[in-house]
Design a binder for this molecule. Structure first.
Ligand code: UT7
Length: 334
């Protein structure tokens, strides 16, 4: 699916993030499985990640991010009429985490649902919110992207354990007077789905019903390097923009090698590329909002900055969004 934005401008007016307090370093992991800081840094660029406590579920991690996004947008929760939560690690299948969050935040009029698109979940969710807002079906949306993958990892499998971390981000989306989303490209290839799967997590019976992540890392790596480039190129072309015009490139934070490959192919230098995989690992649906927040904290996001986000993950799925950044509520004109 690909499309450029219509006449109605929809942008981000609030951004919030949150990660669990507990830091797990590569040396900590080397006490658990046969690995080393050297191997992990060389092959992935990851140095540490955050891990939720036993009693912390997805909504516990996501809630402070959602509150921060709403506060920044200066929006009363009751004014939000759409909440989408992108996650593969909801508190439980139902009630949905989005319904739980809407209730805790105080959004009695919000339609709320969870969205499942692997690590691409956040990009899918902002595209969905865009569609609802641009059509006028919804007026103010809260989009949450977050995961606590530590809960579904096999803590004996070094090939997956070292890659992931927990974290969440949230954005408020609404009509803006300038800037906003320019276009999206989304795709899925279930034919490659077997390379990254969670057997036993749904209605199909498996011989191995533990419900833990299984991954063919090499195949996912090949897929990732392909789609991170093709999806970004497609959305740029659709929106009549070039990579030279992009001010901030926000790739999914899965592996520094994948980011470097994609940035090299796309011709974007390191100054414009956001990297925080070293501090958080792959936080799945939390990855892109966490990276956006870091870009802003570093003073890289300004009114009018052209931002390119590209994600990929289980499904297999991929997606890109092109956005002209707007400075919070000034742009909403409320
Ligand atoms: O959002 C999408 C999520 N998934 C991804 O992004 C994953 C994409 N794939 C990758 O990032 C890489 O494929 C990995 C980081 C998972 C693996 O890196 P690689 O360079 O493709 O390594 P490899 O799978 O080819 O394994 C090389 C060796 C193997 O040993 P042998 O067979 O050569 O003796 C592995 O057993 O490294 C071994 N290995 C490890 N050694 C130390 C695998 N994991 C580890 C580890 N520590 N944690």
């Amino acid at each position: 699916m690909i499309g450029s934005a219509g006449a109605r401008r929809i942008g981000i007016t609030g951004l919030g993030v949150n990660v669990p307090e507990r830091v797990l370093t590569n040396d900590d992991l080397a006490q658990i499985v046969d690995t080393s800081d050297e191997w992990i840094v060389e092959r992935t660029g990851i140095r540490e990640r955050r891990i939720a406590r036993d009693d912390e579920a997805l909504t516990d991690v996501a809630l402070p991010a959602a509150r921060a996004a709403l506060a920044e947008a200066a929006l009363a929760p009751a004014d939000v009429d759409l909440l989408i939560c992108a996650t593969v690690t909801p508190d439980m299948m139902f009630p949905t985490s989005s319904a739980l969050l809407a209730d805790t935040l105080g959004m009695p009029r919000a339609a709320a649902y969870d969205l499942l698109a692997g690590c691409t979940g956040f990009v899918y969710a902002i595209a969905q919110a865009y569609g609802m807002l641009a059509s006028g079906l919804a007026h103010r949306a809260l989009v949450v992207g977050g995961d606590v993958l530590s809960k579904i990892l096999d803590w004996e499998d070094r090939s997956t354990l070292v890659l992931f971390g927990d974290g969440a981000g949230a954005v408020v989306m609404e009509p803006v007077q300038r800037g906003g989303f320019l276009g999206f490209e989304l795709g899925a290839d279930g034919g490659g789905g077997d390379h990254l799967r969670l057997p036993g997590s749904g209605s199909r019976r498996f011989d191995d019903p533990e419900g833990l992540v299984k991954m063919n890392g090499r195949e996912v790596f090949k897929f990732a390097t392909r789609v991170m480039v093709s999806s970004a190129a497609a959305v740029l072309e659709q929106c009549d923009k070039t990579m030279d015009e992009v001010d901030v490139y926000v790739p999914h934070q899965a592996n520094k090698r994948i980011i470097d490959y994609a940035a090299g192919k796309l011709g974007v230098d390191s100054e414009r590329t956001v990297v925080n995989v070293d501090r958080f690992g792959n936080t799945s649906s939390g990855s892109i909002p966490l990276a956006l927040a870091d870009a802003r904290a570093d003073g890289r996001l300004h009114d009018g900055s052209l931002v390119l986000m590209t994600g990929m993950g289980a499904g297999l799925t991929w997606g890109s969004a092109l956005l002209e950044w707007t400075d919070a509520t000034a742009a909403a004109g409320r």
